[in-house]
Design a protein around this ligand. Structure first.
Ligand code: NAD
Length: 467
């Protein structure tokens, strides 16, 4: 979906889904359109004294709900079409998992690796300043989050800049994915990957589906290839591996590693972080042409890098049975048409990578309510459970061991509650997605768009704008 076709591709999926619904044309056009896109340029004085003009975008796709929500990415191919497409995906994603936000996305056209930390901080703060100036950011307006090339560090800079200019009671809710000490929530860093894991676990739980693909149920023993071992790819691979899936391949920017026996993803990630590249990793087989790994034999393929990875050229060669779109838009629309005719279960991005925005929603709620999840009820629940265990002991004469008491009587920490909310969101959303797919006799992507369009249309209708 490179160049200027990404948004068109998203709209093609939308149009295909809309044919299943009887929604008025004008309303469909309103849902599809990007409400506003802001393109900003500003000068960066580099560490060596030279000056460079930086380009950034922020697009608010749909304000049928407020605030709008979406990540900010730093990559050298960021452009307006991409940002609009990603903002639209956010609208549909939020609707699929019932998160009450409109979609948004931002991006700055830089390769973060080419700038010093100080330069990145200046870029982030200036971009935030430009957003504040145009009223394009705020806890009730538009709330950014991390995406490709950004992390909690950039989110902390955004918060600090926002708070120094707009210091209200709710300022902390102007951005999510922050460090915990700056109002972040436990579990946000790993949320997207963890959501991918929960989603795929659900996919593999359904016997009818696995029988059709010639696979057994459950994740144990499933061979997985992951493209991109960044935030999303790493945590997806890690949680899958902890549930006994075998990560046979990791395709990264400067090559890949393949090992039929399984790759220790934690060790590999540490190596990449330490050396800056996958090259030279001492275990497994090094693969020069990492993109070719998308076509290799495996049960589950997880593109978790960028859009535009599966094209009409490599789609017919894909051998995976399940393709989980952890990245946004990794499959071109023409390639998707090919995959729909093959025996591959494609799990669409607007469902499978929704874990990030789900936990961002929890973080935003935490910021607005000014209290950590579990603070009021953790000890209360522990005491109630302790009384229950004592009552059981009294009635049955059984004695619980210290270990049992510690395990059964533990009240929920913030992480437990966030994780439970994330699991519930992914499990329920997949169940609804399958129902919609079966009802309309279509594929999962079209079903996801049908469900999203229905929800957004209803929201506009209830605003009284459309009949
Ligand atoms: P990231 O920057 O943390 O990691 C991306 C990884 O992909 C890096 O390790 C990079 O080296 C690798 N990569 C880049 N180009 C590659 C290529 N051509 N081949 C192989 N590897 C390549 O980014 P991320 O946050 O993990 O985001 C990845 C994708 O997931 C993006 O499409 C993003 O929009 C999507 N996503 C991210 C989140 C989130 O919470 N971060 C949420 C939803 C969706």
């Amino acid at each position: 979906m490179a160049g200027n076709t990404f948004f068109k591709d998203v709209n093609k999926c939308f149009d295909r889904a809309a044919t299943y619904l009887s929604i008025e044309k004008g309303l469909l056009s309103q849902i599809k359109a990007c409400d506003s896109t802001y393109h900003v340029t500003f000068p960066l004085v580099r560490d060596d004294g030279s000056v460079e003009v930086i380009h950034g975008w922020r697009s608010a796709h749909s304000s049928h709900k407020s605030p709008t929500k979406g990540g900010i990415r730093y990559a050298d191919n960021v452009n307006e079409d991409e940002v609009n497409a990603l903002a639209a995906l956010m609208t549909y994603k939020c609707a699929v998992v019932s998160i009450p936000f409109g979609g948004a996305k931002g991006g700055i056209r830089i390769n973060g690796k080419n700038y010093s930390d100080g330069e990145l901080e200046r870029i982030t703060r200036r971009f935030t300043f430009e957003l504040i100036k145009r009223n394009f950011i705020g806890p009730g307006i538009d709330v950014p989050a991390p995406d490709y090339g950004t992390s909690s560090r950039e989110m902390a800079w955004i918060l600090d800049t926002y708070r120094s200019m707009v210091n209200t009671l709710d300022s902390e809710g102007c951005v999510t994915g922050k460090p915990i000490a700056q109002g972040g929530v436990s579990g946000r860093t790993e949320a997207t990957g963890r959501g991918v894991y929960f989603g795929l676990r659900e996919v593999c739980r359904v016997k009818k589906e696995m029988d059709r693909l010639g696979l057994t149920t459950g994740l144990a023993g499933k061979r997985v290839i992951v493209q991109g071992l960044g935030n999303v790819g790493y945590y997806a691979a890690l949680f899958l591996q902890e549930d006994d899936a075998i990560i046979t391949g990791v395709a990264e920017m400067h090559g890949g590693i393949y090992d039929e026996k399984g790759i220790d993803v934690k060790k590999l990630r540490e190596y990449i972080v330490e050396t800056g590249s996958i090259k030279g990793y001492p275990e497994g087989r090094f693969v020069e042409d990492s993109k070719s790994m998308l076509e290799w034999e495996c049960d589950i393929l997880i593109p978790a890098a960028l859009e535009d990875q599966i094209t009409t050229e490599n789609a017919p060669k894909i051998k995976a049975k399940i393709l989980g779109e952890a990245a946004n838009g990794p499959v071109l629309e023409d390639a998707d048409a090919i995959l729909r005719k093959m025996d591959i279960l494609v799990i669409p991005d607007i469902f499978i990578n929704a874990g990030g925005v789900t936990v961002s929603y929890f973080e935003w709620i935490k910021n607005l309510s000014h209290i950590r999840f579990g603070r009021m009820d953790r000890r209360y629940e522990e005491n109630a459970m302790s009384r229950l265990l004592q009552a059981i002991e009294g009635l049955t004469g059984a004695r619980f061991s210290e270990n049992d008491i510690a395990r059964l009587g533990k009240g929920p920490e913030e992480w437990d509650l966030v994780d439970s909310g994330l699991e519930d969101t992914m499990v329920m959303a997949y169940e609804r997605l399958r129902e919609t797919r079966d009802q309309y006799k279509t594929d999962l992507r079209t079903a996801a768009y049908i469900s999203a369009i229905e929800k957004v249309a209803l929201s506009y209708q209830q605003l009284g704008i459309f009949p």
